[in-house]
Design a protein around this ligand. Structure first.
Ligand SMILES: C[C@@H](N)C(=O)N[C@H](C)C(=O)O
Ligand SMILES: [Zn+2]
Length: 200
């Protein structure tokens, strides 16, 4: 944003939907790079206002069934994607391979669609999300065929829970990325520009 401030159309999810749990993995060591990602200064979920409001409505519906949403990544500064690209090119660093990409060469993660070079996260329109306590068959950010939302080989509970999450998010205007059961973007917002302000 101009002058290094926050764009006026972004909000903290905690202010709009405090019932959504936040586990902001890229602000911690607990992610596929094994260290905090550049641009994530604090573990806070920032999103465009319309996305946060849609999530508040989704959380309200989830609550009516005794469920709670959990977000893992929200707005992603562009510098974080640059760091992902550099990380993917560093073949010597395989510290997190077993946990996050056991069957894939890290160099291929972009072309296989698991990480985007121009991510909707940087526009504040995308969110990585699950439901607390439910079995989704694979952990968040396991870059593997098993994480494909409609993978037929996961267990019955995981299949049902992926379908439940997708249906809930779809009812609130989001579409899912077929490779990743956790990644959703709000539809219908045109020309949201990518941003590079720090997450604080
Ligand atoms: C990296 C993963 N959490 C993710 O969000 N992948 C999609 C493709 C993205 O980077 O936009
Ligand atoms: Zn995502």
């Amino acid at each position: 944003a101009a002058g290094g401030g926050l764009p006026h159309d972004f909000v903290r999810l905690a202010d709009i939907a405090p019932g959504v749990k936040q586990d902001m993995r890229y602000a911690s060591d607990n992610n596929f790079t094994g260290r905090p990602v550049p641009g994530y200064v604090a573990p806070q979920c920032w999103l465009r206002r319309e996305v946060a409001e849609a999530l508040a409505a989704a959380q309200k519906e989830a609550e009516s069934e005794g469920l709670r949403l959990i977000v893992y990544d929200c707005y992603r500064p562009q510098r974080a994607t640059k760091a992902f690209i550099a990380w993917a090119q560093d073949a010597a660093d395989q510290a997190m391979k077993t946990l996050y990409y056991p069957n894939i060469d890290k160099k291929a993660l972009f072309e296989l669609g698991y990480i985007a070079k121009a991510s909707a996260h940087s526009t504040g329109l995308a969110v990585d999300i699950g439901i607390v306590g439910l079995d989704f068959g694979t952990p968040f950010d396991l870059f593997d065929e098993a994480s494909a939302t409609r993978n037929p080989n996961v267990g019955a509970a995981a299949k049902a829970n992926r379908a439940k999450l997708s249906a809930l998010m779809q009812r609130h205007g989001f579409s899912n990325l077929p490779q990743e059961w956790w990644h959703f973007a709000l539809e219908g917002v045109k020309d949201a520009p990518p941003q590079d302000f720090e997450v604080r």
